[in-house]
Design a protein around this ligand. Structure first.
Ligand SMILES: [Zn+2]
Length: 275
């Protein structure tokens, strides 16, 4: 009897040691790339932020993440613009977690007007603004991106896909509890204010699109990285999801050259990095 009680205690103790809730605070920033521009960020304090959730129909997303509940609890959703390969699962994820979806204000307004999201899950801010939806220790900053943001959505009144106002595209800088800054650039071409963003916000890690055609090519991305942004770390994203996104991490790294001060992580969807 005592022996089985002790065994049960031992099992319970092991569970306590090995069990970590999703989004456990370990003092580090975790970046889980999920294909295209989608990423799950766990902050040093354990908050979970999902950026550009295009998962269910994303051919590059690992199968297990096509179930939105597999992300665990999500505290905040950030969307860079209203194109399907960025916003597709955002409203569903917001409702599943009762977590706010921050994105271009025009896009937020459209989702509220269409009845897709209640206003409290689609708050408004704009480029150049900062907000603290997760408390004072984490800052989100909306910055410029050179792209467009039409919203194609099934109109609940007609049942047909229609084009709506999706506001203007943006990038997001997340300043973590320990000051570490991640700049998710969204979809963008080159623009000179990348220099301003680098000088003013000084992000250490960029998630940079490299596929070309709709966004930076590997050569464009290397120019922005070496000339303006000069981050410590870069994760190339938004390539190979569809055939026209031809740019590769190898081309990006070759264009950066051996003298670049930026360390590139050419990871695969489903890989997680810790900073
Ligand atoms: Zn895109």
């Amino acid at each position: 009897m005592i022996r089985s009680f002790l065994a049960a205690c031992l099992v319970a103790a092991c569970l306590l040691v090995s069990w970590q809730p999703a989004g456990a605070a370990d003092g580090k920033t975790h970046v889980l790339w999920l294909g295209q521009a989608a990423a799950k960020i766990t902050t040093p304090g354990g908050k979970v932020i999902v950026i550009d959730p295009f998962l269910v129909k994303n051919p590059k997303t690992p199968a297990k993440y096509k179930d939105l509940s597999a992300l665990g609890h999500v505290d905040l959703i950030l969307v860079t613009h209203a194109h399907f390969d960025h916003v597709a699962d955002a409203p569903a994820l917001a409702k599943l977690n009762k977590a706010p979806m921050w994105g271009p204000p025009g896009m937020a307004d459209t989702f509220v007007t269409l009845g897709v999201l209640p206003a409290e899950l689609a708050p408004r801010m704009n480029k150049g603004g900062q907000a603290h939806p997760l408390g004072p220790d984490i800052t989100i900053t909306m910055v410029r991106a050179e792209h467009s943001s039409e919203l194609k959505w099934v109109d609940p009144m007609t049942g047909k896909e229609q084009l709506f106002n999706g506001g203007q595209p943006c990038g997001w800088i997340i300043t973590m509890e320990n000051g570490f800054k991640l700049y998710h650039m969204g979809d963008t071409g080159l623009f000179g204010d990348m220099q301003l963003i680098a000088d003013y916000y000084k992000p250490q890690l960029i998630m940079i699109p490299i596929g070309g055609h709709f966004v930076l090519s590997p050569v464009d991305a290397a120019y922005a990285t070496n000339t303006w942004l000069k981050p410590k770390f870069a994760i190339p994203i938004h390539y190979a999801t569809i055939p026209v996104l031809k740019g590769t991490p190898a081309e990006y790294m070759q264009a950066l050259g051996s003298g670049s001060g930026t360390k590139v992580f050419p990871i695969n969807p489903g890989d997680e990095l810790t900073f």
